[in-house]
Design a protein. Structure first.
Length: 139
């Protein structure tokens, strides 16, 4: 399968380092969050993942809305990413997506979100590996 797009980011220093994309559009310092004993004065990998997942899932909703002949101008998504210890001494992620769709029936909104979960590349990448909770609210 040929990629439609690809990008590269390079990290150094781990959670107390820096990450940047090769094109220079993203360059951020990283730090442990307060909850993990850090100062919490810089972003962290879970925040970056949450931002990317929220943006991608929002676009997936807009994409499937066209197929359902539903007119949407926006699809606000709030992504929460959790980090927990697992039974083997490592770590695992959890994800929760809260979608607020205005001016459409709740049943239709839920169908759009379920369909978006099937086409979103982030959802597809973590399916059967990361627990994802989907919540639809009417805005």
């Amino acid at each position: 399968m040929k990629n439609l797009y690809e990008t590269r980011a390079t990290a150094s220093g781990g959670r107390n380092g820096q990450v940047a994309t090769d094109d220079g559009l993203l360059s951020v310092k990283l730090a442990y969050p307060k909850a993990l004993g850090g100062k919490g004065d810089q972003t962290n990998p879970e925040q970056l993942f949450a931002a990317g997942y929220a943006a991608c899932f929002s676009n997936a909703i807009l994409h499937v809305a066209k197929a359902f002949s539903v007119t949407l101008t926006q699809a606000p998504v709030s992504a929460t990413i959790g980090l927990a210890a697992n039974a083997s001494g490592g770590f695992q992620l959890s994800a929760s997506l809260k979608v607020a769709l205005a001016d459409i029936e709740l049943a239709t909104a839920q169908k759009l979100v379920e369909a978006a979960h099937q086409v979103c590349p982030y959802s597809n990448a973590i399916r059967n590996n990361v627990a994802v909770k989907l919540e639809v609210i009417q805005a």
